[in-house]
Design a protein around this ligand. Structure first.
Ligand SMILES: [Zn+2]
Length: 788
């Protein structure tokens, strides 16, 4: 370990004039680069202190800072560095991601408590650097094998962001030494290591260090860092490389790039765009635009999620469950769009930003900001966690939220550009130096009216460009109360160019209305309901006593007239901001439930996807059309539970063959169970258990000490009693799943019919290749009155 001394003499070579000692809102100046980008930005991303949002999005930004970023324990962030090798192989990424998000959040709020924590964490992190520049969490013998370059990437991103906004250059020598070590270690000259072999996913994990290496090149002007970036681009195209740029130029499909792992690939593409910005290599932009078009056309979920099982898959292969919507992918997709917006100035990228922020990103964040979901699927439960122990996504989500103030409102060569709509104040400086304050008043997205007071320091002619959302069938623009014709330019924005002076008001009126999207491919026979930019979902929190189960809800047909969507104020328990709405629709009972017959009319209230599942209930975006086939499964209206919450948001009683749950929590348990509890007893003769999925590190029952047992509760408050076992379950061990396949079913015929208030399957979980933990999985639990 290297102690933090010997830094100061090196600082004298830096001649930048920086005066950033005290914080004032709107006064943070960023560290200038030594190398200017070749490609000039079309839109100027803003330092986060220029924007204070107070609407719906604003409440989430505030919550991210107050309840997440400032509360994370520095000892936890630094743990793997202080005591190598850390609790697991990519634990090193969290501290850099936190430094990035927390710096942006501090610039936005000026919170001195957060600044103090930032200074401490940055200083403590660099104290952990090795004499040779190494700043990862691995033991010497395991260096550069898995997630080691990856952790250096995040340390560079975090520390560069910290330096850029605080002006404190103390981490710079540490960053240079990290970069120098990478340059010395990896390359295509004899004697150097192949970076493609230094990590997972066809080298996409380690080579995503491209992004901060470009940033460090621009910051320092050091040519060898640019040479290293060029080496990464060559390595991508090596025989063993992921062929990122060449595949995107020829096949134009992200699922054909490398091994199609979404988070790592998008991380590489974000670095590629930074490289393009710096060098102007046109093929890179072309490749990235091809990737964007492919994702938007063929692989994007209705909420803005972009992967399942953490990978890109075949065209339109977008199941509703199956580890859908990794939050790391959501955030890197957001960054990708923000970069393309900055580089091209085209509104279509801002449209995607609105889409992903208002639905998938806010849907992955718990409303109070304290917790994040790993996989945030189209249905199921949101797996919120307030620790870092569910891994990568829990430190990625806050980065996405912290970036919102950088692109909500921006400036360009013509004037002001409004990308996202939320109440608040933007303190802008136009390119000619004119100061403009833009104050937005709106209850958006609960109303379609946006009032923007445009206040330049002196009367001045410039454009105010507004993004007219694709979901709005009509849009009205007024200036000082009078309708104006706003010309939509080639960049896709409606511009009002005039002499603006203090007291001027521009008003936008969008048509907020419900829409129905009819499902295709894997959602054939289902519909999704939207309202303006919001994707809506049915939520267990809003079901009445007569229709207790989400699975019992359908819509009669796909027409808006039949649905009759009516917004109304959210009930107290779901009013996560003062203007929150829910949406009443006409539905039908998909099957007989409680006292309702199949096809009986129901009133159901939908909630925005971002607010769905926030109270721990299940939710569902795609609703079936028409009543379903009769089912004899007696557990469909029960309450499901399991021994450990796990990190997958599926269900064992939803009749969806793809949805499953696990008990994974990175710990060991002697036994795990999956249960369904009923409000009224049923008489059962047969129980069916379907296995969930087999993972490298577990997911099945270890039958070494016996087959999984079937247990029932004979009385409402009684104890669990064993009534049988899954005899056909294969002879597995803790490490061998004996060929178990996802969804494989096992039946237990009971000796005689039994009255049951609850049913569960219990057994010993398996650990696969990681004996530090174990877990089981379950796709379905069913019970039937009759034997087969
Ligand atoms: Zn993740």
């Amino acid at each position: 370990m290297r102690q933090g001394s010997g830094i100061k003499p090196m600082l004298t070579v830096w001649v930048w004039a920086i005066a950033l000692t005290t914080f004032q809102s709107g006064a943070v100046s960023t560290l200038p680069d030594k190398v200017m980008p070749v490609i000039a930005d079309r839109q100027d991303m803003q330092t986060p202190d220029r924007l204070r949002l107070s609407g719906w999005v604003g409440t989430r930004i505030e919550a991210n800072e107050a309840n997440r970023l400032v509360k994370l324990d520095p000892a936890r962030l630094l743990e793997g560095y202080r005591k190598r090798p850390g609790r697991q192989s990519w634990d090193g990424e969290h501290v850099g991601k936190w430094l990035h998000a927390a710096t942006l959040a501090w610039v936005n709020t000026g919170d001195p408590a957060l600044r103090q924590k930032l200074d401490y964490v940055a200083a403590e992190l660099i104290k952990c650097q090795g004499d040779d520049g190494y700043l990862g969490t691995y033991l010497e013998k395991d260096r550069w094998t898995e997630w080691d370059v990856w952790a250096h990437k995040y340390n560079l991103i975090g520390l560069i962001t910290y330096m850029r906004y605080t002006g404190n250059l103390e981490p710079l020598p540490a960053c240079r030494r990290m970069a120098d070590l990478l340059c010395q270690t990896f390359g295509d000259e004899p004697g150097k290591r192949d970076i493609i072999k230094a990590g997972h996913h066809k080298g996409m994990a380690p080579t995503s260090v491209l992004e901060p290496m470009v940033l460090l090149y621009r910051l320092t002007g050091e040519p060898r860092y640019l040479d290293f970036c060029k080496y990464i681009l060559r390595a991508w195209e090596q025989p063993n490389g992921p062929k990122i740029v060449s595949t995107l130029l020829t096949l134009k499909r992200v699922d054909k790039v490398g091994n199609a792992k979404a988070y790592e690939m998008l991380s590489c593409l974000n670095g590629a765009l930074e490289f393009y910005r710096t060098t102007g290599e046109p093929k890179i932009l072309e490749a990235c635009l091809n990737a964007w078009e492919d994702i938007v056309r063929n692989r994007l979920y209705i909420t803005g999620a972009a992967s399942y099982g953490e990978f890109f898959h075949d065209d339109f292969d977008v199941p509703n469950v199956a580890n859908v919507g990794e939050t790391c992918v959501t955030v890197t997709w957001l960054q990708f769009n923000a970069q393309l917006l900055r580089l091209t100035g085209e509104a279509r990228f801002a449209e995607q930003l609105e889409h992903v922020v208002l639905n998938q990103l806010l849907g992955a964040q718990r409303c109070d900001g304290s917790a994040w979901g790993y996989y945030v699927q189209m249905e199921g439960k949101k797996p919120y966690s307030s620790t870092l122990d569910g891994h990568c996504c829990l430190s990625s989500g806050p980065r996405g939220i912290a970036l919102i103030p950088t692109f909500t409102v921006s400036t360009d060569a013509d004037g002001v550009v409004v990308n996202l709509y939320d109440a608040g104040t933007a303190t802008l400086t136009l390119r000619d130096g004119t100061a403009v304050t833009l104050t937005t008043g709106t209850r958006f997205p609960s109303e379609g009216q946006i009032r923007m007071d445009v206040d330049p320091a002196e009367p001045k002619t410039f454009a105010v460009k507004a993004r007219i959302p694709a979901w709005s069938a009509s849009a009205e623009v007024r200036v000082n109360g009078k309708p104006v014709t706003a010309k939509t330019g080639s960049d896709g924005y409606a511009a009002v160019t005039r002499e603006w002076k203090k007291g001027d008001r521009m008003e936008l009126r969008f048509k907020l209305e419900p829409r129905v999207v009819v499902g295709d491919h894997r959602n054939q026979g289902k519909v999704a309901v939207l309202y303006g930019p919001l994707v809506l979902a049915a939520d267990g929190a809003l079901l009445g006593a007569t229709n207790r189960s989400l699975n019992a809800i359908a819509v009669a047909d796909a027409s808006l007239a039949a649905l009759d969507v009516k917004p109304e104020p959210a009930p107290k328990e779901l009013r996560f901001w003062p203007e929150a709405l829910v949406f009443r629709i006409n539905a039908i009972a998909r099957r007989a439930t409680g006292s309702l017959k199949t096809g009986a009319p129901l009133q159901v209230r939908l909630v925005p996807f971002a607010d769905a599942g926030q109270t721990g209930t299940s939710y569902k975006v795609w609703l079936p059309v028409g009543s379903g086939p009769p089912s004899e499964n007696l557990l469909l209206d029960g309450q499901e539970s399991r021994s450990r919450a796990g990190n997958v948001g599926g269900s064992i009683i939803d009749e969806d063959p793809e949805s499953f749950v696990v008990t994974f929590d990175d710990k060991r348990r002697a036994e795990d169970w999956f249960a369904v509890i009923l409000d009224e007893p049923v008489t059962i003769s047969r129980v069916v258990f379907a296995h969930g999925q087999t993972f490298h590190d577990g997911g099945w029952f270890d039958t070494g000490a016996g087959k999984p047992r079937v247990q029932v509760k004979a009385t409402q408050d009684g104890a669990w009693e064993t009534v049988g076992e899954l005899k056909e379950y294969p002879a597995t061990t803790a490490t061998n799943a004996a060929g178990l396949k996802g969804g494989e079913r096992f039946t237990c015929e009971l000796a005689s019919p039994i009255k049951a208030w609850g049913i569960r399957i219990i057994g010993k979980p398996a650990c696969g290749d990681n004996p530090q933990q174990n877990f089981a999985s379950c796709a379905k639990l069913q019970a039937f009155e009759r034997q087969r």
